[in-house]
Design a protein around this ligand. Structure first.
Ligand code: SAH
Ligand code: SF4
Ligand code: F3S
Length: 450
């Protein structure tokens, strides 16, 4: 009888970097007889976790709880926790969750082959093996398959880690110091992605502008972008995240002149108030941030600028919070992610307990902030009406209408606006010119130009 493959089920929480790590973990496991499976049939369960806020951490624990119960009826299953919570909490997790078999972190996914072997080798006394494998330093990357999620976009990490230590943020502790991948490695991976038919590559890094600072010869992010832009093929390049004051003129110039690099910058501002920015250890003030936004807008036509904001940072006053609202409007930020401040272990802001903002006030500020983002997004979208955008189709669905079924295609413009349009022929991965006729809050509607 043919040996059936073992099944692994991975639940991925958190940012795109985690999604990318999951694709790598699945790839590594595929070399060791594991195939991606559904939750009800898996032998190996992994939760790839995020600890940016308490809520995301709690999600990971509740997932472990579900699998722990499952294990009572299926004692053979193995349960692992990976990612940022694992990197942060380490062996405590084995104590907290008795049914957990393996803890590995963001620094050692390339050690998985050894870890699995160890886990699958019975202990001499027959007891169940439980392993905590967290590393302080990242282990080197190795050549393995990558099992990418299907679709038109592929994640391509170019650097990992952060040296900035914003006072609220756990990322420098969970992802370690900044490390870049070699230019050759990135280019080769990009070529492979294109040959597999993906139409969009999103370059990932906690601070993409720090790319190359740790490599020999110090290749810059602008250089990497220009090399990627030269690759053959019909595809788009995006990148995230940029630290405001690290964006160089070279990067702006490169995006402006490039053929494949899309006109979007994700530049988290975090707060519109100078005192709060200082308390957050962000290395810029409101004026400096707006100068960067203006510089980009003057140089690059139709560019989209998106941001992140935190509501209720410890000690933030009502007036200071209002500065965030006015910044969103004044700077015409196209879209922003928002969150209520969440205290994180070992971070400086997490220790400012006497300055914490009560949660009902944080919630109220977050709701007001979300309304400001919504209004800004609508305004920004309205500026698109009448323009023609090249849309890369991501999905097509059929919709009931008075005149029978309509085919509605959904995709993104180069400047990352979601566009819906009716089409008889559009399919995933097509580039289609669409004239925008209507602006909604989160998307645009238009007509296909034939
Ligand atoms: N490297 C990126 C993003 C890091 S995390 C950057 O420099 O901005 C993504 C977003 O999560 C941050 O931009 C911030 O807005 C939010 N965030 C980080 N820590 C947080 C915390 N403790 N509470 C609430 N939001 C937080
Ligand atoms: Fe966190 Fe700040 Fe680093 Fe971004 S720059 S990952 S917010 S410490
Ligand atoms: Fe979360 Fe880690 Fe990403 S904390 S946001 S998964 S880097």
């Amino acid at each position: 009888m043919e040996k059936t493959a073992k099944k692994v089920y991975i639940e991925t929480l958190g940012c795109q970097m985690n999604k990318s790590d999951t694709e790598r973990i699945l790839g590594i496991l595929s070399h060791f007889g594991y195939e991606k499976g559904e939750e009800n049939e898996a032998d190996f369960f992994i939760v790839n976790t995020c600890s940016i806020r308490k809520l995301s951490e709690d999600k990971a624990y509740s997932k472990l709880g579900v699998w722990g119960k499952m294990k009572k009826n299926k004692p053979h299953i193995k349960i692992a926790i990976a990612g940022c919570v694992a990197q942060q909490e380490k062996e405590i997790l084995l104590k907290k969750f008795p049914y957990l078999d393996l803890v590995f972190g963001t620094h050692n996914i390339y050690e998985l082959p050894e870890l699995i072997k160890e886990l699958e080798t019975p202990a001499p006394d027959g007891s169940r093996k439980r392993i905590c494998a967290i590393r302080d330093k990242a282990v080197a990357e190795k050549e393995f398959n990558i099992i990418r999620s299907k679709g038109i976009n592929a994640w391509l990490p170019i650097m990992e880690g952060c040296n900035n230590f914003c006072t609220y943020c756990i990322v420098p502790y969970t992802r370690g110091r900044e490390r870049s991948r070699e230019v050759e490695t990135v280019l080769n991976e990009a070529k492979k992605i294109i040959s597999e038919g993906y139409k969009e590559i999103t370059l990932l890094g906690q601070n993409v502008d720090s790319y190359g600072k740790d490599l020999e010869g110090k290749p810059t992010f602008a250089y990497l972008l220009s090399e990627l832009d030269k690759l053959e093929g019909n595809f788009r390049i995006r990148f995230t995240t940029s630290y405001p004051t690290d964006i160089t003129d070279d990067v702006i110039e490169t995006v402006k002149n490039a053929d494949k690099i899309c006109e979007c910058f994700h530049i988290p501002m975090q707060s519109g108030n100078d005192r709060v920015l200082k308390a957050m250890n962000r290395r810029y003030n409101r004026v400096q941030y707006s100068e960067i936004v203006n510089k980009i807008r003057t140089q690059i036509k139709d560019v989209t600028i998106t941001s992140d904001f935190i509501a209720g940072f410890p000690s933030e006053s009502e007036e200071e919070f209002n500065d965030t609202l006015s910044a969103i409007e004044e700077l015409r930020l196209d879209y922003s992610n928002t969150a209520a401040y969440s205290p994180r272990p070992n971070t400086p802001a997490g220790k400012m307990t006497d300055k914490f903002i009560p949660s009902d006030i944080k919630k109220r500020r977050l709701a007001i902030l979300n309304n400001a983002v919504k209004a800004a997004s609508k305004k920004s979208n309205e500026l698109s009406v009448g323009k023609t955008y090249e849309v890369l189709v991501e999905k097509v669905k059929e919709q009931d209408s008075k005149n029978g079924l309509k085919r509605i295609a959904e995709g993104r413009s180069r400047n990352n606006k979601v566009v819906h349009f009716e089409s008889q022929t559009a399919k995933d991965g097509d580039f289609i010119n669409v004239k925008i006729k209507e602006a909604l809050v989160w998307c645009l509607k238009g007509d296909e130009i034939k």
